[in-house]
Design a protein around this ligand. Structure first.
Ligand code: PLP
Length: 388
């Protein structure tokens, strides 16, 4: 590869740009994970990670990507043959339900158009009809990274409660945690699944389960096979700040610094920053005369925006051109959206000028790709940034 001057624009919706201070923190020497210094680090982190989940309860940390934490949520709470209710909100919801099936669970997969979140009315309908309480868990992806559409978790919780149904609520926040308002305790979530490489501004390789008292109780009788993912030995070791196996120590150094950055800015301010960047991005998309994939404004994502390209245009070719000319990576359309959308990530360590640069690159790239876009898109975004 020839030298590319300046900084690469990593505007995929995760992994996100890792702040310099986090990179520096991770470069410290690896220590003995059974020694006293590690015990202090572990104890501090296991406590300090809780506020970003909006919980005062336990959060376990796995040396694995988000997919592992998905599996952990299922195998710790469910038994073979249990039914889970899931929603086809996009590519990741589809993969999670595929995993549930492979683990021997029955899946009620509510079809969707990949442009809406999980419908609380359908949750209410399905659970009310399930008088035998065969459904043991409702699984929802909070922010569908493939579509830029969020699901309204408090309304889904309210629907479960209104049906008087005991199902657990399992929520994937892999691309929302630390970017979009999220409250594990207040919203009555039983297991929150998260990953390191998006709003937490870390490299990939670490993932999380925040666990409610009800989920912990369910784990006592859940019979799906589990070893690596088992909360039992993990929580026992965590009590003294340790792990039952080798943790990814250097990512934990990074987590300590990333949490410091997030709490220093204030979570409310972090969420507001992303919401404002998302609004400016949508202004640009509309200014270009293109369509945002998300259809319901209550479900707009603060973390990323998926943009539909006009018929006859291959979104992947546009992305390739933008990478070649402007050294910027944008997210590809996944699954059934391949070639039809590109995704602009505006999550993680990201400011007004990062967004302005990103949107300028997209606008120029669209023009070069022969997509007849109105050049006022960027101006519309800059107005939002200037005036809000
Ligand atoms: N769920 C969502 C919403 C995601 O965005 C991703 C990855 O992008 C995953 C699950 C899978 O996580 P990982 O690739 O870290 O295993």
């Amino acid at each position: 590869m020839t030298y590319a001057a300046g900084r690469h624009f990593l505007q995929i919706p995760g992994p996100t740009n890792v702040p310099d201070s986090v990179l520096r923190a991770m470069s410290a020497a690896t220590i003995d994970h059974r020694g006293p210094e590690f015990g202090e680090l572990g104890a501090q982190l296991l406590r300090d990670v809780r506020p970003v989940f909006g919980t005062t309860g336990p959060v376990v940390i796995y040396p694995a990507t988000g997919t592992g934490a998905w599996e952990a949520a299922l195998v710790n709470t469910l038994s073979p043959g249990d039914t889970v209710l899931t929603f086809e909100t996009g590519h990741f919801a589809t993969l999670w339900q595929d995993m549930a099936r492979s683990l021997g669970l029955e899946v009620d997969f509510v079809p969707g158009d990949w442009r809406h979140g999980a419908d609380p009315a359908v949750v209410a309908e399905r659970l009310t009809a399930d008088t035998a309480h065969r459904i043991r868990a409702v699984c929802v992806v909070h922010n569908e990274t493939s579509t830029g559409v969020t699901s309204r978790i408090p309304e889904i919780r309210a629907a479960i409660d209104a049906a008087g149904h005991p199902a657990l609520l399992l929520v994937d926040t892999i691309s929302s945690l630390g970017s979009i308002d999220y409250r594990h305790d207040e919203w009555g979530v039983d297991v929150t699944v998260a990953g390191s490489q998006k709003g937490l501004m870390l490299p990939p390789g670490m993932s999380f389960n925040a666990i409610s008292a009800k989920a912990l109780e369910a784990s006592a009788t859940a019979r799906l096979p589990r070893t690596f993912w088992d909360w039992g030995p993990m929580l026992a070791a965590n009590e003294r700040g340790y792990f039952p196996y080798t943790p990814n120590t250097n990512l934990l150094y990074g987590l300590r610094e990333a949490l410091r950055l997030l709490y220093d800015e204030g979570l409310e301010n972090v969420f507001a920053r992303h919401a404002r960047h998302a609004e400016a991005t949508r202004a640009a998309v509309r200014g270009w005369g293109l369509e945002v994939l998300a259809l319901d404004e209550r479900e707009y994502s603060g973390a990323l925006t998926a943009v539909l390209v006009p018929d006859g245009v291959d979104a992947d070719k546009v992305r390739a051109l933008i990478l070649d000319r402007f050294d910027m990576s944008l997210g590809a359309g996944l699954g059934r959206l391949a070639g039809r959308v590109f995704r602009i990530g505006h999550l993680g360590s990201f400011n007004d000028l990062t967004l302005a640069g990103t949107l300028a690159g997209v606008q120029m790239g669209l023009g070069l790709a022969g997509v007849a876009v109105d050049g006022r898109g960027l101006d519309a975004a800059l107005e939002v940034l200037q005036d809000s």
